[in-house]
Design a protein around this ligand. Structure first.
Ligand SMILES: [Zn+2]
Ligand SMILES: [Zn+2]
Length: 189
């Protein structure tokens, strides 16, 4: 495993958003799983092996060694936003748009989908993450519910939690309810 600077995971996530890449777009480019990248960005550096971390570092222009020199100036232009409306979701398990629940002792997240022009880069109104407009596992259009109807993969990789999934998700739902009272996204009707 590579010895990473302490803030590398968070900086990788920020650099990716800066480049207007969704987690699945970047995962596809470097050849890892979106779920692994999601965990990595959330602060679990062991979720990606050294090979992928090096590719990530190169693609995002952030050095593996702490350094004062910052690479990666200038952003590419945003993609055209002319596609037909498609469902999209925020891939961050920590986002209040994703409602956790337990099934058979396992933790799942039901994303709140929004409609965006397909092929368009849009940010989550709650947390700023770039929305996913297709299943990160198979690329099928996004359906309602926690899992892809085509390949069966959960849309959002659940992070490991301590204790019972049912209790944890109930507490988190309460927390989300109270957070939402204080926050209304600008795009809400
Ligand atoms: Zn979000
Ligand atoms: Zn799928």
């Amino acid at each position: 495993m590579i010895d990473l600077p302490i803030d590398f995971c968070a900086r990788a996530a920020a650099a990716r958003r800066e480049l207007r890449l969704s987690q699945s777009m970047l995962a596809r480019e470097i050849g890892c799983k979106q779920s692994a990248l999601s965990m990595f960005e959330a602060g679990n550096p062991t979720k990606l092996s050294g090979e992928y971390v090096e590719k990530l570092s190169k693609r995002l222009g952030i050095p593996l060694k702490p350094s004062s020199a910052e690479a990666g100036e200038g952003n590419p232009p945003a993609p055209e936003c002319a596609g037909a409306p498609a469902a999209a979701f925020c891939p961050s398990f920590a986002c209040i748009s994703n409602i956790p629940y337990a099934l058979g002792g396992r933790l799942f997240y039901r994303p709140s989908t929004v409609r965006v022009a397909s092929g368009c880069v849009r940010h989550c109104a709650h947390c700023g993450e770039i929305l996913e407009t297709a299943c990160p596992s198979c690329g099928a259009p996004v359906n309602e519910g926690a899992c892809c109807a085509v390949c069966g993969a959960p849309y959002i990789a659940a992070q490991p939690i301590a204790g019972d999934a049912g209790e944890w998700s109930a507490a988190r739902r309460n927390e989300i309810d109270s957070l939402r009272k204080f926050f209304r996204p600008a795009s809400a009707p």
